[in-house]
Design a protein around this ligand. Structure first.
Ligand code: NAG
Ligand code: NAG
Ligand code: NAG
Length: 446
């Protein structure tokens, strides 16, 4: 018991080292609600009118003074997109307690765009706030509609407690945001179509934790530029997974720490690019469980179309306490595929156990990847080592020691055949772990 407490404390201390300062809003939502509440019903929202203009009007009124926009329980149709910026007061919150649903086929870009907002909290007070995209109306015919949400240059902020359901394409993009905390979210849509990314994030000092994603493409994905991210308690309940990439020219990614990733049919580490330039350095994955995926632990620097450039410099990556299996034993369960022009250095596999679900022999493949573990050659960057490729075949048992399951794993594909019910925000995102923050249960405006 004492041991586990000490171990827990150590892990948290190491984990927090990835953030270089505080994250989250500067003033509390309580403070903002005391300044002013802008209830969307006072700006024209009804159960039948387009809620877009009332939200923009409430935002404008509250952004001017640093108040709180209130979206009460109820069903609110969205027919025009909400595209807002930080106001003069530059402090604002939105308490989102109802369901906003897409009710238009002509919206473009994304339903919500927040640009250059500082000191912002977007949250559900009753943990029942939802954005229902009715994406199946597009996806069932193989077409796509409007994206859900984009935050651009948003700083000192948090997003929490909201369900994003059935997007007609991407769900949420954090575009060069900083000092953000994103947590207690559930994203759920059909799993059969790509181009339905869950959360794509670029920026600095981002803490994403306690998030569940079910979709047909990326789950929580780091793109460039990215520095000082802590990503914890991610449950990809069928999804592409927690990839890094795809990466192109001028990639700049450093100091990213993942911990407690639970993948149900999703890839935990898939670092992908083709050509490109720049670097990826100091990334660690700790305490990871992968229950079946195509690329459970993969670096692929020959993925997709060639971006030009000499290749990305990849260094100082660590996988620790990493358990799982892939679905197809002919594919390498550990694949570290770098190249002679872009070798990877300083890679460490530490207590990594990978199996395959459909065979007794699992393969590991390494190309110009230098470090410790699996089929890697352990050599320093200088003098430049000779190019190599190595394939290792390992006879496995069906044992999945250490690979705990979640009770409510999604067993089959979710096709876009009809309305997807709004799920409750889960209360666990990794076996045996509870979220860092309890769900809010407010019954009125804050
Ligand atoms: C965000 O908050 C920090 C204090 O934590 C402050 O120094 C910084 O200026 C804020 N960012 C912006 C864009 O105001
Ligand atoms: C990588 O991490 C090490 C120690 O954890 C640190 O000394 C170094 O500055 C980091 N490198 C980068 C590029 O941030
Ligand atoms: C995973 O997805 C399935 C199918 O949608 C759902 O029944 C299950 O509740 C999900 N698990 C959790 C923990 O939400």
């Amino acid at each position: 018991m004492l041991y586990s407490i000490l171990l827990g404390a150590t892990l948290v201390a190491q984990a927090c080292a990835q953030l270089t300062g505080s994250v989250g809003p500067l003033l509390s939502a309580y403070h903002k609600g005391n300044v002013k509440v802008c209830d969307i019903r006072n700006y024209g929202a009804t159960s039948s009118a387009d809620v877009g203009p009332p939200i923009v009007a409430a935002w404008t009124a509250c952004a001017a003074v640093g108040g709180l926009v209130y979206i009460p329980p109820g069903s609110w149709p969205l027919r025009t997109r909400v595209d807002v910026r930080g106001g003069a007061g530059n402090s604002i919150a939105i308490q989102w307690d109802g369901t906003i649903y897409r009710d238009s086929t002509t919206m473009t870009y994304q339903m919500f765009t927040f640009t250059n907002v500082n000191d912002f909290e977007l949250f559900s007070g009753n943990s029942k706030g939802a954005l229902q995209g009715y994406g199946y109306q597009y996806l069932s015919t193989g077409t796509y509609g409007v994206r859900m949400m984009r935050l651009v240059g948003v700083t000192n902020f948090s997003v929490h407690g909201i369900a994003f359901v059935d997007s007609p394409s991407y769900y949420i993009v954090f575009d060069t945001c900083s000092k953000g905390e994103v947590y207690n979210l559930i994203l759920r849509g059909s799993t059969t179509l790509g181009a339905t990314d869950g959360i794509d994030v670029t920026g600095d000092n981002m803490w994403l934790h306690d998030i569940e994603v079910t979709n047909g493409d990326e789950c929580v994905t780091v793109k460039s530029p990215a520095s000082n991210f802590l990503i914890q308690g991610i449950y990809c309940n069928r999804s592409g997974g927690t990839a890094i990439g795809s990466l192109g020219l001028d990639t700049a990614i450093e100091n990213i720490q993942y911990q407690h990733l639970y993948m149900n049919e999703a890839d935990a580490c898939f670092l992908k690019s083709n050509g490109g330039s720049g670097y990826v350095t100091n990334v660690s994955w700790r305490d990871v469980t992968v229950h079946g995926s195509a690329y459970p632990l993969t670096i692929d620097l020959a993925w997709g179309t060639d971006n030009g450039g000499p290749g990305i410099t990849v260094s100082n990556l660590e996988w620790m306490n990493y358990f799982g299996y892939n679905d197809v034993h002919t594919r390498a369960a550990i694949r570290l595929q770098c190249s002679d022009s872009a070798p990877c250095y300083g890679l460490t596999l530490n207590n990594v156990h990978m199996w395959t679900s459909d065979g007794g022999v699992v393969t590991y493949g390494c190309t110009d990847a230098y470090g410790v573990g699996a089929c890697m050659v352990n050599k320093p960057a200088s003098p430049k080592p000779a190019a190599y490729t190595s394939v290792q075949s390992v006879t496995t048992t069906s044992s999945l020691v250490g690979a705990a399951t979640m009770a409510a794993d999604f067993k089959t594909a979710l096709s876009p055949t009809g309305t997807i019910a709004i799920p409750a925000i889960p209360t666990s995102f990794y076996p045996g772990q509870t979220p860092q923050s309890a769900l809010l249960a407010l019954t009125t405006v804050i």
